[in-house]
Ligand binder design. Structure first.
Ligand code: URA
Length: 433
């Protein structure tokens, strides 16, 4: 088999066979095929696409290139949740304890933030003492005991994806649905859960800006999961504004705790119930969506989910006094209000710009090597549809630098204020099964 023939076949719009896809992945990993040939193939895939069979085979080949996490020592049906990435997305910190309170084991590997999106692992490190690296045995024991553990990614998961992604990044071939779908699903499948709930974001702060693109990606990932024997459901949710009111690390932990303590932050609560309902249905704990949603509401309201959060934090060495009193979590030296210049209604908010502003304050990383300041971030005072008067505070910047004029201007530019009230955004657009 020759790589040049595989490139030509895809360039001409024909489907590749399993043998051809496996050949290209294996030989690329062995450094027998040069980057320039793989780049050409990626560009051919970008233009010609891949059918369902090809995408599933590509995913499986990338899974097979590395370790497969073995979660068999954990009792019960393990369900993973994955978000395609957003701003203010602290939903794992609510869904994890909520689903655990319903009896579903959650053995979660999470990532760190990069660019305008945050990562659960960085957020958890805002809790004094919390360990994101624990031994495999401790991970398994914690999930068996408390139904929840969250750790940073360990093992060599889907290294072919890592190598291909780096090449896609510099060859303008990231934005290809089969390549994105296989990339995400290879890492999820290698993580070892029995089934997967995907939170596919759509809007200004998301990887996919339009609903149609998000739906296509969601459908593709669900098909891959099901074809590779992992029951998979995708929820398409709004990312035209940050989730909740807090963007950062410690402040996002604080908001997640408050929701579990009973505060009604409506978008966070709605998304948490939706994702948790899908997870518990996949795990077979509840039989109907309505029953799942009403039981999960109860677990949120009766404090069981909050209790599960405390148990999980304690088991991973975290100081639970900050869970009881989240105001103890680290904060910044300066709190600078950014005011509205016009009167009207919030019509739009560029979520990615708010994420970038938080990153400039030190809450996120521009490059992988950057360090994080856990106490800084952005608090929103208004969301889309809210009325605003000139002089009202739109956001508060939490900073350790006194002068943040550029960040304040950036945040202000993220808001569109119009005289007429616009509709509030809906949170859940669709569920793809
Ligand atoms: N996230 C991934 O993991 N892979 C992609 O290709 C795009 C986003």
């Amino acid at each position: 088999m020759r790589m040049v023939d595989i490139i030509a076949k895809k360039r001409n719009g024909d489907a590749l066979t399993e043998k051809e896809i496996r050949f290209f992945i294996q030989h690329y990993m062995n450094d027998d095929i040069p980057d320039y040939q793989v780049s050409a193939l990626l560009m051919a895939i970008y233009y010609q696409g891949m059918n369902q069979q090809e995408t599933a085979v590509l995913t499986q080949s990338m899974v097979d290139s590395g370790d497969l996490i073995d979660l068999s020592a954990i009792n019960g049906h393990k369900v993973d949740k994955h978000s395609t990435g957003g701003v203010g997305d602290k939903i794992t910190l609510i869904v994890g304890p909520l689903v655990a309170a319903a009896g579903v084991p959650v053995a979660k590997m999470s990532g760190r933030g990069l660019g305008h999106t945050g990562g659960t692992i960085d957020k958890l490190e805002s809790i004094p003492g919390f360990k994101v690296e624990i031994s495999n045995q401790e991970f398994v024991d914690n999930v068996n005991r408390h139904k929840l553990a969250v750790v940073g990614q360990t093992g060599n998961l889907a290294p072919a994806d890592k190598k291909l992604y780096a090449l896609r990044d510099v060859t303008a071939t990231v934005e290809s649905i089969p390549l994105i779908a296989s990339s995400i699903m290879s890492k999820k499948i290698a993580s070892g859960a029995d089934s997967i709930v995907l939170d596919v974001k759509t809007g200004s702060g998301a990887f996919m800006k339009t609903y149609e693109e998000s739906k296509q990606l969601a459908k593709e990932m669900v098909k891959i999961g099901n074809q590779l024997d992992k029951a998979t459901i995708a929820v398409i949710s709004d990312m035209n504004q940050p989730l909740g009111y807090e963007v950062g690390n410690a402040n996002e932990i604080k908001e997640a705790i408050e929701v579990l303590q009973g505060k009604n932050v409506s978008d966070l609560r709605e998304l948490a119930i939706e994702l948790s309902a899908q997870m518990t249905l996949l795990a077979g704990v509840y039989q109907t969506y309505e029953h799942a949603a009403s039981e999960l509401e109860k677990l949120m309201d009766n404090g069981n989910a909050y209790h599960a959060l405390k148990e999980f934090v304690k088991a991973q060495g975290g100081d639970t006094s900050v869970i009881d009193d989240p105001h103890q979590l680290s904060s910044s030296q300066y709190h600078i209000d950014v005011k509205a210049e016009n009167t009207g209604f919030i019509h739009g908010m560029e979520a990615d710009t708010i994420g970038i502003a938080a990153m400039h304050l030190g809450a996120g990383r521009a490059t992988k090597e950057d360090t994080i300041d856990h106490g800084v971030g952005v608090s929103l005072h208004k969301k889309i549809g809210d009325q605003v008067k000139a002089g009202d505070t739109l956001v508060t910047l939490h900073s350790n630098q006194e002068k943040v004029d550029e960040v304040a201007e950036l945040v202000k530019s993220a808001f569109t204020i119009k005289p007429k009230q616009s509709e509030r955004r809906k949170m859940i657009y669709n569920v793809i099964k």
